[in-house]
Design a protein around this ligand. Structure first.
Ligand SMILES: Cc1ncc(COP(=O)(O)O)c(C=O)c1O
Length: 406
């Protein structure tokens, strides 16, 4: 490939590791292996029927043309109502934008505001895309490590120490991908107290897993500290809550100047998100979340099955994730162990590769999320499949223990 023809901004940008693992898993499956993919950040539930019907109806009504770049008036009204009733946040239409997924909106927000040398604070473990998006915007990521012993939450003193005159954003993500940690009101208030002392820092609240929780209440920082609302971008979407990853609808609410800049970027790149998906998203947002209790019960059952299996598996340990659908599993106990083929597991990447080759189970190495030695296991698959995956992981780890240390 003529890499000298690529723009300098492409240097250091990695392809999404989750997509990469999925490609490898697909290749193994195509070669005839029964691969179980626990790498994907996607629920196996079908999109609710009333949402699918709304999409079909939109096609029948002829809603198949361009819409306003930031979304139809009807979708904006549904987003406004959602943010008001569920999060106690009031926004005008000019403060709301819909896009092709939360991912596009986060990317556009960063691209619109981050200049070369500007810093973006990201707590680790982080969603894999934040650092690469910052890099594409030619900014600098300041990774602030969080500790499992602190429940994976960002400590206010660590946030304070990371802020410099070049800090443009701090990115918050709760419930968290990959740890499942959910920030409490007091966690957020402590961070807000720090941020109030730094009036030029913008706050990005990535709330995409808001409804995928097992217990703790959800709050978002603009609600906890209204004085931050004028510099907070609250990002959410229908991908996870309604199992609509393929429909590509996310939304963001924040100060009008920022939303206008994001809209300008969108108008010159992708234009409006799919008109059909917008109609479906309205049905999702207006149809309530009653169906979620069944999904959450299933997810809790899967989570508990996975945690019990991890507990039994030599070399692995995991704290209880309160949200999302991931377990962030400590694999320190297998580092330095030898595989039956005589290779040494030196890192979480080696361990993930071993699980894929030996057990045909795909998981994502912690280094991709900025924390080692861990692997992220998504429990977004059917209970029977998960049970089989757990048994395979257990057997593969037992083999490592039997083969001894390097
Ligand atoms: C933390 C986090 N934010 C944002 C997204 C993007 O979601 P969307 O499908 O709306 O682009 C994901 C998807 O995996 C995610 O894990």
């Amino acid at each position: 490939m003529p890499t000298d023809m690529l723009a300098p901004r492409m240097r250091g940008v990695r392809p999404s590791p989750t997509a990469e693992i999925s490609d490898k898993a697909r290749a193994l499956a195509a070669a005839g292996h029964a691969v179980i993919n626990l790498g994907e950040g996607e629920l196996d539930f079908d999109t609710p029927v009333h949402v699918k019907e709304a999409g079909i109806e939109a096609i029948r009504r002829g809603e198949t043309k361009y819409t306003a770049v930031a979304g139809t008036a009807a979708l904006k009204a549904a987003i406004r109502a959602k943010l008001h009733t569920e999060n106690g946040l009031l926004y005008e239409d000019a403060e709301i934008i819909a896009g092709a997924g939360a991912k596009q909106l986060i990317f556009n927000a960063l691209l619109a505001t981050v200049a070369a040398g500007d810093e973006v604070i990201v707590a680790a473990p982080y969603w894999v895309s934040y650092p690469d998006m910052v890099a594409l915007a030619e900014g600098t990521v300041r990774v602030v490590p969080c500790r499992e012993a602190d429940g994976w939450t960002l400590r206010p003193d660590a946030l304070e120490a990371a802020i410099t005159p070049r800090t443009r954003w701090v990115v918050l993500n709760s419930p968290n991908n990959p740890t499942g940690a959910v920030m409490s009101r007091s966690d957020l208030q402590a961070l807000a107290d720090v941020l109030l002392r730094h009036p030029r820092v913008l706050v990005l609240a990535d709330d995409i897993y808001e409804h995928t929780r097992h217990g703790p209440a959800f709050v978002t920082i603009a609600e906890v500290e209204p004085r931050l609302k004028s510099r907070t971008l609250t990002v959410n979407g229908v991908s996870k809550t309604y199992s609509m990853t393929g429909w590509r609808i996310g939304y963001a609410a924040g100060p009008a100047w920022l939303i206008a800049a994001m809209q300008t970027l969108q108008s010159q790149s992708t234009s409006n998100p799919s008109s059909i998906s917008q109609a479906a998203a309205i049905a999702a947002l207006e149809g309530g979340t009653a169906f979620m209790s069944e999904w959450l019960a299933l997810l809790a059952e899967r989570r508990d099955l996975l945690l019990a299996a991890i507990d039994r598996t030599p070399g692995l340990a995991c704290s209880v994730p309160d949200g999302a659908f991931y377990a962030f599993v400590n694999c320190q106990g297998v580092i330095g162990r030898r595989t039956p083929a005589g290779e040494t597991i030196r890192s979480d990447l080696d361990f993930a590769a071993y699980l894929l080759e030996e057990a045909h189970v795909a998981v994502i190495h912690g280094a991709a999320f900025g924390a080692s030695p861990y692997v992220r296991i998504a429990y977004a698959v059917d209970l029977a499949i998960l049970r089989e995956a757990c048994a395979r992981i257990e057997r593969a780890c037992a083999k490592l223990m039997a083969a001894g240390t390097a």
